[in-house]
Structures are given as structure tokens and as C-alpha cells.
Design a protein around this ligand. Structure first.
Ligand code: KG4
Ligand code: ZN
Length: 336
């Protein structure tokens, strides 16, 4: 079964071909980051228009690089939500029109389910059941995943998502959009011992998290340094980035260990954009060796939004596919 998947929930247009037997055949991606950079964030209307421009050429590119034609495709998958309404509508329209024209099934996919299953695109792939740490720009959740569709939320952020905290903190440190990866890069040359920032809800006794206070703590620290030193030099900025990253990684590590303990599961799967963070990966790898659990990540290039995870999730979902004909998008949509 060959599935063509479309992702268009935010600022990445992704198209991929996934084969139920052979795995990922091809994927093509266009990121709109540069287009949104001058506005300091994603402009929904510009995002929708760019998805319209990119979707079909990317599908053609993907089919060509996979050595396939539309006639080989057995089903189409698309991101139904959550995400930006207009952007989602582009993927939904293209996917449904193609499926209707080809007379093949179309399957709507939850964006977070795509992220959740994305480590299955790696080799070795995790087997069920596992705990998933989902850390993206819009969501931060710990889930017990027992099978496709069997998802239980164990804990989640009560305010900002981890990626959002990275991006907002980067912005207040004067880093250009999108700040998360840049902040993380700067943190590499930062001194981990110079500043200590709070670890919100570390000992809350549950698996919930909170990251908005951390951003405020950085703001308070920045103002104090500016008052005392008249500005912030490059090394100080890197040291603050390091302290921020240490705090976030510490909370994510602690809560992940708590989720493994409570669920009794021995596998941890990390998904979403923040899963690309090298310090987080190193901390989880060390903990896995010490506490004897397995940890799985998607390939680095598939941590952030992409079509491959949607084609994969669509392939698994096909047993429950709705017939083509009418379609919807769900800008707000809980996974469990
Ligand atoms: O999963 P994703 O592509 O989009 C959502 O579905 O939200 O995640 C994007 C988020 C952004 O907030 C970005 O700053 C963050 O992932 N991110 C990182 C890194 N790479 C991407 N955060 C920390 N370290 C990174 N290396
Ligand atoms: Zn995402």
C-alpha cells in the first residue's frame, strides 16, 4: 500500500510517499521560515498562499524522486488539524481533490499523531507500548501509547509549549525568528554554572509542566544585567541561553522519567521540533543507560513538521479511513 501524505498545518509544506512494506520512499519539504522571518512570526495568510504555490510542485518532485507516478498511489493522507485554519484547508483541498480524481481513499490525520509515530521512521523503530514525549512549538505532552489510536495523556504543559518557550526566550534575547534552534546553538558555548534559572513544577508530584515562568525569569535576569552592566555581551547571552536550556532539559528529563515509572513502560519515544535539541537527546541517552530504558528519536530531519510522518500515520490509520466526498479541518483538536 503506497500512501501520498500532505502536511500544511503551519509554515512547512511537506509531501511524502510511504509504503506499508518498504517504509519511506521519498519526501519533499519546503519551509517558509525565511518568508516569515521579517515579521518575527508566522503570518497565517502568507502561509496559506505559499502552501497553495508549493503543494503540487512538491508532490511532483516527491513522486519523481521516488520513481513513482500518481497511478501507483493507493491512498492520500493529509493533516486535518490542529493548526492554522487556512493553511490546513490547502492540504485538505489538494488531498481530497487528488483522491477524488484518482478514485482512491483519503485519510485525515491528527498532526500530533504524526509527530508521535515519527520515530517509527527511524531504524530501529520502537515497538508498542511506549511513553511519548511530544515537544513541539505548539504542544508539550507525555503520553502512554499502547497501540495506534490508544493514547493516554499522562501530563502536559499548563501554559507555554517547550518550543514556544525556546522561541519567546530567543526573541527577548534579541535572536531572530525562529529562535529555538539559534538559542540552542548559542547555548553550546555558554557556561552552565554562571546562572541558575528555576525548574518550574519539577517537584509538583504530577507529570504536568509549566514553561511561561521560565521566560519571565530570563526577562528579569536580562533586565538586572542590563541595569548593572549597561548591556549584554555575547558571552553573557550565551550563558543565559545555556542556563535556560539546562532548566528546560532538566524538567523534560525529570517528567519523562516520572512518566516511565508511573506507566511501568520501558521505552521512551521523543517527537516534535524540540526533539532535535542535542542537549535534550544527550541527557535522555545518559538517563536511558543509567535507568535501563530504551529511547527512540525520529531522524533529525523529520523532528520538525514534515509530510513523512503524515503519510506514515495515514498508512496506519487506513483501516479506519472515512470515504472521500466531504472533508473538514480542525484548527483546535485534542489527541486524547
Ligand atoms: O514540531 P514543530 O516543527 O512544529 C510544531 O508542530 O509546533 O516544532 C517547532 C518547534 C519550534 O518552537 C522550534 O523553536 C523548536 O521546535 N526547535 C527547537 C530546536 N529545533 C526546533 N527547540 C530547541 N532546540 C532545537 N534544536
Ligand atoms: Zn508539528
Amino acid at each position: 500500500m503506497l500512501v501520498l501524505g500532505f502536511e500544511s498545518s503551519c509554515d512547512e509544506t511537506g509531501v511524502a510517499l510511504y509504503d506499508s512494506e518498504r517504509g519511506l520512499i521519498a519526501h519533499a519539504l519546503h519551509t517558509q521560515m525565511a518568508m516569515h522571518a521579517e515579521y518575527g512570526g508566522v503570518v497565517p495568510e502568507l502561509a496559506s498562499r505559499d502552501h497553495i504555490r508549493r503543494a503540487i510542485p512538491l508532490a511532483q518532485e516527491c513522486l519523481k524522486s521516488g520513481g513513482k507516478t500518481l497511478a501507483d498511489v493507493d491512498a492520500i493522507a493529509y493533516t486535518e488539524g490542529p493548526g492554522l485554519g487556512g493553511a490546513l484547508l490547502v492540504g485538505a483541498s489538494v488531498a481530497n481533490a487528488l483522491a477524488f480524481g484518482l478514485g482512491i481513499p483519503v485519510v485525515a490525520v491528527h498532526h500530533l499523531e504524526g509527530h508521535l509515530l515519527s520515530p517509527m521512521l527511524a531504524d530501529p523503530a520502537p515497538a508498542f507500548p511506549f511513553v511519548a514525549l511530544l515537544v513541539s512549538g505548539g504542544h508539550t505532552q507525555l503520553m502512554a501509547v499502547r497501540a495506534i489510536g490508544d493514547y493516554q495523556t499522562l501530563g502536559e504543559t499548563l501554559d507555554d509549549a517547550a518550543g514556544e518557550a525556546f522561541d519567546k526566550t530567543a526573541k527577548l534575547l534579541g535572536l531572530p525568528y525562529p529562535g529555538g534552534p539559534l538559542l540552542s546553538k548559542l547555548a553550546e558555548s555558554g557556561d552552565p554554572l554562571r546562572f541558575t534559572l528555576p525548574r518550574p513544577m519539577l517537584h509538583s508530584g504530577d507529570l504536568d509542566m509549566s514553561f511561561s515562568g521560565l521566560k519571565t525569569a530570563v526577562l528579569t535576569l536580562v533586565r538586572k544585567i542590563e541595569r548593572e552592566a549597561g548591556g549584554i555581551d555575547e558571552q553573557t547571552r550565551a550563558d543565559i541561553c545555556r542556563a535556560f536550556q539546562e532548566a528546560i532539559v532538566d524538567v523534560l528529563l525529570h517528567k519523562s522519567l516520572g512518566a516511565l515509572k508511573r506507566s511501568g513502560l520501558k521505552r521512551l519515544v521523543v517527537a516534535g521540533g524540540v526533539g532535535a535539541n542535542t542537549q535534550l537527546r544527550a541527557a535522555l541517552d545518559r538517563a536511558a543507560a543509567r535507568h535501563r530504558f530504551e529511547v527512540f528519536y525520529p531522524p533529525l530531519s523529520l523532528c520538525t513538521d514534515n509530510g513523512a510522518m503524515i503519510a506514515l500515520a495515514g498508512c496506519h490509520r487506513l483501516a479506519h479511513a472515512h470515504p472521500a466526498g466531504s472533508y473538514s479541518v480542525k484548527p483546535r483538536w485534542d489527541l486524547s
